[in-house]
Write a protein that binds this ligand. Structure first.
Ligand SMILES: *[C@@H]1O[C@H](CO)[C@@H](O)[C@H](O)[C@H]1NC(C)=O
Ligand SMILES: *[C@@H]1O[C@H](CO)[C@@H](O)[C@H](O)[C@H]1NC(C)=O
Ligand SMILES: *[C@@H]1O[C@H](CO)[C@@H](O)[C@H](O)[C@H]1NC(C)=O
Length: 296
């Protein structure tokens, strides 16, 4: 073989390696259990031969990973993951990211806050993320409406207390549409990454560096309220029934996060699938996510 061919062959080999995928699990879950993300990782590896999949463990072991999903402030979790990703040599040629439920807004925060310090993040897939927060409790839609409202009011009373904000993960993306001002002033995580208080240009730049931002909504989601938050929709301010879609919302119209620009450039992909929170079939995942966004 001619010597000059060797570098060419190496380049060919490297470029044939699929883009690695980083997963961030949801609340009440961990990185690697065989009945959840552990088997999803194997499923990805089977469908994308040779792919490196990193399922993030937040903490030193499974128990910590589980607990941190409730009690470790997301701002610290994001910092922790930024360092982990920067230190992983297998990601050095760029990678895709995929979030599950609350893992979606956390991995988006990684993209926005440290994307410029990491290798290129190509596509981001969000499965049932709460990008405009939540205002409801699991299965509330199935309960009587007034009961739900009372619980919501109670949670709302406590959620913005600074102790709760700093100690309970879910409070950091609690979003009360009846009191937008308190949310704006006190939300230590979501209001920041959504550029609600000020516009951080680094966030806009880093998010725009994605090739595609794929947002999946579960049509019959009984866990996340409102389910439209999975597409950046939310309740119109001042009430909790009427919904405002991303394209009608302030974050878009004022382009506070660059989402309008991304939308015009065809970078935002809105997908939905029937079924409850995080319920999808393997066929659906292969056809709609793996083949178009994770295979090359
Ligand atoms: C890992 O363990 C150390 C030592 O016990 C602890 O201080 C740290 O908080 C743990 N990391 C996480 C992310 O929980
Ligand atoms: C904007 O975000 C970057 C990245 O997280 C951070 O370093 C910077 O301090 C932020 N700027 C402001 C004005 O908050
Ligand atoms: C699921 O959601 C779709 C769209 O919102 C709706 O048409 C369908 O009736 C729902 N299915 C169930 C079983 O609730």
């Amino acid at each position: 073989m001619r010597l000059w061919l060797i570098p060419l062959l190496l380049i060919k080999l490297i470029s044939a390696t699929p883009t690695p995928i980083v997963l961030w699990h949801g609340m009440g879950d961990t990185c690697c259990m065989s009945f959840s993300l552990g088997s999803f990782k194997i499923f990805l590896e089977k469908n994308i031969p040779g792919v490196y999949v990193l399922s993030l463990q937040i903490g030193n072991n499974t128990v910590e990973d589980f607990e941190n999903g409730y009690f470790m402030n997301p701002n610290l979790q994001v910092e922790y993951v930024c360092e982990k990703l920067a230190a992983d040599p297998k990601l050095s040629n760029g990678f895709n990211v995929m979030g599950f439920s609350q893992g979606c807004q956390f991995i988006r925060a990684v993209v926005q806050r440290c994307g410029h310090k990491l290798p290129q993040i190509k596509n981001m897939v969000s499965l049932g993320g709460q990008h405009q927060g939540i205002y409801g409790i699991p299965h509330c839609g199935a309960l009587r409406h007034e009961t739900c409202d009372d619980v919501r009011k109670l949670l709302n009373y406590a959620a913005y207390n600074s102790w709760v904000q700093n100690s309970l993960v879910q409070a950091t993306y609690w979003h009360d549409p009846l009191d937008e001002r308190t949310y704006e002033a006190n939300s230590v995580f979501l209001a920041d990454i959504n550029n609600v208080r000020t516009v951080n240009k680094t966030y806009i730049q880093n998010l725009n560096n994605l090739e595609r931002f794929v947002l999946v909504m579960f049509d019959n989601d009984s866990i996340v309220q409102p389910k439209e938050t999975e597409w950046f929709g939310f309740y119109a301010p001042g009430q909790a029934e009427k919904l405002v879609s991303l394209r009608e919302s302030k974050i878009y119209l004022q382009d506070r996060l660059g989402l309008k620009k991304m939308d015009k450039a065809g970078k935002l992909i809105f997908l939905s699938t029937p079924g409850d929170h995080l319920r999808f079939t393997e066929e659906w995942m292969i056809k709609n996510i793996i083949k178009p966004y994770l295979s090359s």
